[in-house]
Design a protein around this ligand. Structure first.
Ligand code: ME8
Length: 655
């Protein structure tokens, strides 16, 4: 074991019900950054993430997709472009990945459920109440907001069934005490929320089994019941370490967890239900639950059903994984909500990464190459004006550590960038291009260059958890070998060798053309939104029968278009003059201008129902209706007129 000890950190396990979006990516990148930071400090880190694959929502989605639930989740987790691919792309360094459909976890959950049953904390009763299917949550009437789910705002359904209950009420006092003492739940503002909304009104026992669907961990001693998905999900943090199963190991080493990183809407499960269940099975409690905020879009939550999700793959592929990771950690403090926009993303990449950091790196390396052929000479001349930069860079690690240890990732980055700005200013103050003109000033020029490289090295060491790949490239560029890329050396000014050699390299963070990119992104996002929709939607067939005589009363005829023009002041209507075989012109109005140019329809053979009562539209009479095929494609309505073969005479009856 490492001298520093162990550090066990987890993300929530994600529902593989849809592709993950930038909000999930935010949560995972934040956890990854902290895991990488702790590893860098010398901890033996266990970083766990995974997927929460059971429950009614998944069962319903799989059915709609014509798959078994297992096929459905396999595809979203392991399929091309699935969750595993996303985490690989985002350079997520998890040590383990748990799927709640893994055999070892299922076995573990069955044993855990039985253990709580045997110790009297789970009992059989009857549940009646309101259930939110998307959130897999039961709510009492008093918890509903405007009659809807308080978490997601969607409709809830009344549900009644025989069920097992967990004696949550028994643990209310101990949970209250846990929340009120120490720093179990952070940020502190979330503590009040939990006490006021859930503990004070009185904790009710929790329904922990379902019988109305089958996609879950079966209760082995009572067939027909499946374990409530949140019991199944929360215990992943322990089964992943081999608790009550032989499939994994590490519980002795890593439990209790140091921190569960979770989104604010699931703080309740992690800070109330989870500790109570751990008390029930007699296991130590996690040291901390950290409830981060949401990434919002236009002030509201991203959700697939609203069609406003942002695809991290598009952004990472366009601007680089590290730029996206940096933005997510730099723009929003972890505990609060933040409004995502493409504009903010691009502005942040341009200002911090292209201008400040990237520019400092490329200017410094280019100057060392230009003035010293890449290798600094031994002779130096220090000056008092170096002190500020050296002081700031030397003290940076200490400030950074305090902030990172309290998950203030945004503030930690701010500190790093203060040093980067100071270094850029130092270039302007010392004007190396002027020093280079005078041979006698070469020692001074060498000192200036060395100080810049050192400041860059220290900053880069501390940026590694945020942008691992780009930092490796930056180290290469400034000639920092492995020995001076680490945590220890980040506190030691002067770690680079005096005769350091820099290398040529590509621009790390190219500047982005804001307006061009915004337009491009909008187009791509629109295409992605459309592609995500089911390709073709056809209305379901009516189940109610129409009797034959009634059907025969509808008079469908072949008609030929004599003329067709747009109706003035209407952007929808076309006016058709038709030959219906009677020798008299028939006028029909049809709202299909969006799909047809009038001139293209003249001469066409169509089908119309001719015995509808006349209707007036925009002051014009319409005698009948043209028949069209209607469906939706990628969410857009499509209307196509039924065109008959031109050999069919006008007036022929359809039957
Ligand atoms: O809740 N901004 O899974 P999940 C920030 N399976 N975070 C966001 C977000 C956004 N816009 N949207 C989602 C579950 N998240 C359960 C967890 S743990 C034992 C079981 C975060 O896929 C959300 O807050 O719905 C949550 O922490 C995580 O993504 C997983 O959400």
């Amino acid at each position: 074991m490492s001298e520093k000890g162990t550090f066990y950190i987890t993300t929530p396990i994600y529902y593989p019900s849809d592709k993950l979006h930038i909000g999930h990516t935010y949560c995972t990148v934040a956890t990854d950054t902290i895991a990488r930071y702790k590893r860098m400090c010398g901890y033996d880190v266990m970083f766990l993430t995974g997927t929460d694959e059971h429950g009614q929502k998944i069962e319903e989605k799989a059915k709609a997709a014509g798959m078994t639930p297992q096929q459905f989740v396999d595809n979203i987790v392991e399929g091309k472009g699935g969750i595993l691919d996303l985490w690989k792309l985002m350079n997520i360094s998890n040590d383990r990945f748990i799927r709640t459909t893994d055999d070892y976890h299922v076995e573990g959950i069955q044993r855990i459920f039985k253990k709580m049953y045997d110790n009297g904390d789970i009992y059989k009763g009857k549940y009646s109440g309101m259930y939110c299917t998307p959130c897999e949550s039961f709510w009492t009437e008093s918890q509903l907001v405007d009659g809807k789910c308080p978490d997601c705002g969607r409709e809830v359904k009344y549900a009644e069934e025989e069920a097992y209950f967990f004696r949550l009420s028994k643990y209310a006092d101990r949970v209250r005490e846990l929340l009120l003492t120490g720093t179990f739940l952070e940020p502190a503002s979330r503590v009040n929320e939990m006490i006021k909304n859930f503990i004070d009104p009185g904790l009710e026992d929790l329904c922990v089994s379902r019988t109305s669907f089958t996609w879950g961990v079966p209760v082995d001693f009572d067939p027909g019941h499946v374990v409530y998905v949140w019991v199944d999900a929360l215990f992943n943090y322990l089964t992943a370490l081999g608790y009550m199963n032989e499939g994994r190991d590490g519980k002795e080493k890593y439990w209790p967890a140091d921190v569960h990183m979770v989104g604010k809407e699931i703080v309740r499960f992690h800070s109330i239900i989870w500790p109570a269940m751990l008390m029930s099975v007699g296991e130590p409690l996690p040291k901390k639950v950290f409830g981060h905020g949401w990434l919002l879009l236009g002030g509201g939550k991203m959700s697939k059903s609203k069609g406003n999700v942002v695809d991290p793959v598009i952004l990472a592929e366009r601007y680089g994984v590290d730029a996206l990771r940096y933005f997510l950690m730099r723009e929003f403090p972890l505990g609060s909500d933040g409004n995502f926009s493409n504009e903010l993303l691009i502005a942040r990449i341009n200002s911090d990464l292209a201008n400040d950091y990237g520019n400092l790196l490329s200017r410094t390396a280019a100057m060392v190459l230009k003035y010293f052929d890449g290798t600094l000479p031994a002779e130096r001349e220090e000056a008092p004006e170096d002190a500020e930069l050296i002081g700031m860079a030397s003290g940076l690690r200490e400030k950074y550590q305090k902030l990172m240890d309290t998950f203030q990732t945004q503030a930690a980055l701010e500190e790093v960038f203060k040093v980067i700005s100071r270094a850029n200013k130092y270039i302007d103050e010392n004007a190396p291009w002027v020093l280079a003109k005078d041979k006698a000033k070469a020692p001074r020029l060498a000192s200036v260059m060395y100080n810049l490289l050192e400041a860059l090295r220290i900053c880069t060491c501390l940026l590694v958890p945020f942008m691992p790949d780009s930092c490796a490239k930056a180290f290469e560029r400034i000639g920092a070998d492995e020995a001076v890329r680490n945590w220890d050396s980040a506190a030691v000014w002067g770690s680079l060798p005096a005769d350091v050699t820099v290398k040529k390299g590509d621009t790390l963070f190219p500047r982005i053309d804001l307006n061009k990119e915004l337009a491009e992104l909008e187009k791509l996002e629109e295409e992605a939104r459309k592609a995500a929709l089911p390709p073709l939607e056809i209305e379901p067939q009516l189940e109610e029968c129409v009797d034959f005589d009634t059907f025969l009363k509808s008079d469908f005829r072949v008609v030929k278009v004599k003329s067709c023009e747009a109706v003035k002041k209407s952007d929808r209507l076309l006016k058709f003059i038709l030959d219906d075989g009677t020798g008299k012109d028939r006028q029909i109005l049809s709202g299909i201008h969006k799909w047809y140019k009038p001139e293209d329809l003249v001469g066409k053979t169509l089908v119309a129902i001719v015995n509808l009562p006349p209707r007036k539209m925009m002051g014009l009479e319409s005698n009948g209706m043209l028949i069209s095929a209607v469906h939706k494609e990628k969410g857009e309505e499509c209307v196509q007129l039924i065109m008959a073969d031109d050999s069919m005479p006008a007036g022929a009856k359809l039957c």
